[in-house]
Design a protein around this ligand. Structure first.
Ligand SMILES: Cc1cc2nc3c(=O)[nH]c(=O)nc-3n(C[C@H](O)[C@H](O)[C@H](O)COP(=O)(O)O)c2cc1C
Length: 334
């Protein structure tokens, strides 16, 4: 039973028992994590990421399989994609739409070319934005939900020149939506890792929160065990946002996006020399590749945001969702 203070418009819209969404984290949010979150009453978005068809089919099918005897949880299953990658190949989106997801989340690019087919499949469109000036485009695409992502977030987001912080972006977009699109729902993303963060998001005018980093550090997440363990003893001071790992990973991200992860030794070596790294990346890529192969996170990336300082254990996702929910309830209780 949803506590009144958490029975928000977002919870009602998707028949959730807590106003939380699992972020569709590329390669980390597989079917087991999405299914566990949906069963725990949150929105479960599989991390379709860069749009790899085989990966998306495997993980989405796993989630469907895990939820086959729980229709209520299955109705909370969706998928997310990196929009600019869909512009190159949208096969994975088209396949997911045949599976009747409740929602599709698009981030990092223009959602409008995909809006009609998502709507035709009966899925709700969720658009993640990093700036107020991206909101009109998301509304034009017919977004049912806007996710306001602050620069604290793990993974990709807007860079230091263009990015915003969750604490100011959320209320500003809440005011904008109240004036221009009052039926459009709003989630806060970036830094929400416990009940304080969820309660704060609601106080700032959001209808819920999208959680990435904190759910990345759960048992069901597909992130490497060594990366999760490292996260449990890294403080919030220990991450940085830059282009370093995108260059090392040969990911051709367009402006204005860059990437927040743990600021390890290899990152520190190149963070002051981005142009030189871009010009001749081969030796650094060899170091990085060797680090990934060896599971050595002084060289390989561990993708978490500033919320890493609030991660002290690696629980099952359902236990974590219950913990966040109960803490928020207690804080919001009259
Ligand atoms: C490991 C990881 C991978 C991510 N991958 C994606 C992605 O593929 N697509 C996307 O829209 N957002 C991605 N994100 C960002 C999340 O959608 C979300 O904005 C972010 O996790 C929220 O901030 P938090 O990490 O502080 O919870 C990723 C985040 C993390 C931590």
């Amino acid at each position: 039973m949803t506590h009144a203070s958490l029975n928000t418009r977002f919870a009602q819209h998707f028949a959730l028992t807590t106003p939380l969404a699992l972020a569709p984290m590329a390669l980390a949010t597989g079917g087991a994590l999405a299914a566990a979150c949906a069963q725990a009453g949150a929105l479960g978005l599989v991390g379709g990421g860069y749009g790899d068809l085989a990966w998306t089919q495997r993980e989405y099918t796993l989630a469907t399989e895990l939820l086959k005897s729980d229709a209520a949880a299955h109705a909370r299953l969706g998928c997310g994609f990196i929009t600019w990658k869909l512009d190159e190949n949208a096969q994975a989106l088209d396949w997911v739409l045949t599976q009747k997801p409740c929602a599709v989340m698009l981030s990092f690019g223009d959602p409008r070319p995909y809006a009609a087919r998502i709507a035709a499949a009966g899925a709700q469109l969720i658009c993640q934005v990093q700036r107020l000036d991206q909101v009109p485009q998301a509304l034009e695409a017919g977004a049912a939900v806007i996710v306001a992502q602050g620069g604290e977030a793990g993974g990709h987001g807007a860079n230091a020149l263009e990015g915003r912080s969750t604490f100011t972006l959320v209320p500003e977009i809440a005011d904008y939506l109240a004036a221009h699109a009052p039926h459009t729902l709003l989630l806060a993303a970036g830094g929400v890792a416990d009940g304080r963060g969820l309660a704060a998001a609601l106080m700032l005018g959001a209808d819920g929160a999208l959680v990435g980093s904190r759910l990345w550090a759960t048992q069901e997440s597909l992130a490497a065990t060594g990366a999760k363990t490292l996260a449990t003893h890294t403080s919030g001071d220990g991450t940085a946002r830059s282009a370093v790992f995108d260059i090392l990973r040969r990911k051709n991200w367009p402006a204005p996006y860059d990437f927040r992860a743990i600021r390890n030794a290899l990152h520190r070596q190149f963070e002051g020399h981005i142009a030189a790294l871009q010009a001749s990346p081969d030796a650094a890529r060899a170091e990085y590749d060797a680090g990934v192969k060896a599971g050595d996170f002084t060289r390989a990336h561990a993708t978490v945001g500033e919320a890493v300082g609030l991660i002290a254990d690696i629980p099952p996702a359902a236990a974590l969702i219950a913990r966040i929910t109960h803490q928020a309830q207690a804080l919001l209780a009259p």
